[in-house]
Design a protein around this ligand. Structure first.
Ligand SMILES: Cc1cc2nc3c(=O)[nH]c(=O)nc-3n(C[C@H](O)[C@H](O)[C@H](O)COP(=O)(O)OP(=O)(O)OC[C@H]3O[C@@H](n4cnc5c(N)ncnc54)[C@H](O)[C@@H]3O)c2cc1C
Length: 485
């Protein structure tokens, strides 16, 4: 690669997980790299997302476990009433954030990546503008550019956020106070994880979901079982088909509720706090995308399977985008994988991404996870390609390890092709579901079939046998179908 006329081989705008992995991989492969960050190194995941939320979930999960007197007494354990210090739980999350942010920054520095602080933008082909924190503006040239600017919380119209009584996950993550009664708007994975944290720490939760059922983004069979524990079994009043049409911060916070379909006014709720968890929007506004004639899809930057930015459906030379700003499976590991793939393509090694094998997890207690196709998508594929869809269920209540843990509430649903046994998707609710899904993700990545998978031996007694049982059931179904023919 001849880079002598450029300031850098590669400039990455945004140092979240996507930008970080791209920068690391590019520098490890000898490219001269600069990364521009306007806020915090590590982006959403490290500072306001995965990392601090999992720290809060770990601590509050312990509180939940130790306060579950009935559960503990089944083991013959009688613990003293549980006490916790909110500030120390918050400190645990803050320390972890500082630790990971520091090590990630050091990794890039050690690899010789130039870290530039300020706001980046495109300035035409192979040019990036940088507005430094001091106000200084300069133009840098580079062979390739990766846009990795991520996303921000979406706040629907009518909702006023003050950051103290009405806030998004950006503020909730600081656990500055514990409202006696909090309304959570949205029952996606962020809403559910915070409901888990707040209820474990003694808060009363009202969960408001505009769509027809709570947890609308999850498999409907998994939801039926998961919601019995995660919502109905806790201090949560869940309302679906209800829109929070107006929210006014204050003491109390006022929420105007309307029926989603008719928009008829229902009531005014007065609560101590509101967490708005209604999804995320791409960070693409200040990027000067017009300078490259890029048209976004509701702010998301269009890309192809190699991470090239598309302009009027055609790949734009030397311009790439990765992570949440592309709107594909908005998760940290997707962003990281896309970052590495973009760099592989920059290096001339043609690589594509396999979205079907990327798993997703919700770290509630117990967890929910999924990979591959949803059942409606699998049905659609089956009718399009003319195969029969197979579906089996495996239950945690038949698993020795889950029973030993007294944690047998759980189910796995496996979707596969009945013609060749290929695994198409899996949905799990139960203890350590986030770890269990990886095995199925690997099988989907390799396009493996249930007959081969059923002969793989799993350790006994482990939760992984839940997956083994699903493979075995599916393989038996296939065998029976062949015998009938
Ligand atoms: C509460 C919460 C919990 C989550 N939990 C999980 C989880 O458990 N697992 C998981 O996989 N995902 C989780 N996510 C999602 C995950 O955080 C994101 O998918 C991931 O951070 C996306 O990475 P990214 O690199 O695309 O963008 P980001 O992490 O958003 O990083 C983008 C960076 O670009 C910077 N930037 C933006 N514009 C500019 C500009 N013009 N110039 C310079 N810099 C700019 C931003 O400041 C930011 O630092 C969670 C998210 C939230 C909010």
């Amino acid at each position: 690669m001849n880079a002598k006329n450029f300031d850098f081989d590669l400039i990455i705008i945004g140092a979240g997980y996507g930008g970080f992995d791209a920068a690391k991989h590019a520098a490890e492969n000898g490219l001269k790299v600069a990364i521009i960050e306007s806020r915090d190194m590590g982006g959403t995941c490290v500072n306001r997302g995965c990392v601090p939320s999992k720290a809060l979930l770990a601590a509050s999960g312990r509180v939940r476990e130790m306060a579950a007197a009935k559960h503990l007494s089944s083991f013959g354990i009688h613990a003293a009433p549980v006490r916790f210090e909110r500030q120390k739980i918050a400190n645990h999350a803050n320390k972890l954030v500082a630790n990971i942010k520091n090590s990630l920054t050091k990794t890039l520095e050690r690899l010789g990546v130039t870290i530039l602080r300020g706001i980046g933008r495109l300035e035409g082909h192979q040019q990036v503008g940088l507005r430094e924190i001091s106000g200084l503006d300069r133009i840098l040239s580079c062979r390739d550019v990766i846009i990795a600017t991520g996303s921000d919380p979406f706040v629907p119209p009518g909702i006023e956020v003050d950051g103290r009584t009405v806030f998004t996950s950006d503020e909730a993550i600081n656990l500055e106070w514990l409202p006696r009664w909090i309304a959570i708007i949205g029952s996606g994975y962020i809403g559910l994880e915070f409901a888990d944290i707040y209820t474990a720490l003694g808060c009363e939760v009202t969960m408001i979901e505009a769509l027809e059922r709570a947890m609308p983004t999850f498999d409907s069979d998994i939801t039926k079982i998961a919601a019995r524990n995660l919502i109905d079994g806790r201090d949560i009043d869940s309302r679906a088909g209800v829109l929070a049409s107006k929210i006014t911060p204050g003491c109390p916070v006022k929420i105007e509720l309307a029926e989603t379909k008719s928009r008829d006014h229902l009531e005014i709720l007065e609560v101590d706090a509101v967490l708005v968890a209604t999804g995320r929007v791409p960070c693409s506004k200040g990027l000067n995308l017009d300078s490259m004639s890029i048209e976004t899809n509701r702010g998301f930057v269009p890309i192809d399977e190699n991470m090239r930015v598309l302009v009027q459906d055609k790949p734009c030379p030397n311009l790439w985008a990765v992570g949440d700003v592309t709107g594909k499976l908005m998760l940290a590991h997707t962003a990281a994988a896309q970052g590495t793939i973009a760099v592989e393509n920059i290096l001339g090694n043609h690589k594509k991404i396999d979205y079907r094998s990327i798993p997703a997890a919700t770290f509630t207690h117990p967890e929910i996870s999924s990979v591959g196709l949803t059942e409606p998508d699998a049905k659609e594929l089956a009718s399009k390609e003319g195969f029969e869809l197979g579906s089996v269920r495996s239950y945690f209540k038949a698993n020795s390890k889950a029973l030993a843990e007294l944690e047998s509430d759980g189910i796995m649903k496996l979707l596969y092709r009945k013609d060749n046994g290929e695994v198409l998707g899996a949905h799990i609710y139960g203890l350590h579901a986030a770890d269990l899904i990886q095995e199925v993700a690997n099988a989907i990545f390799r396009r493996q079939n249930v007959i081969d998978l059923a002969s793989e031996v799993h350790t006994h007694p482990t939760l992984s046998e839940v997956v083994e049982v699903a493979y075995k059931q599916a393989s038996q179904q296939m065998r029976k179908a062949t015998e009938k023919k």
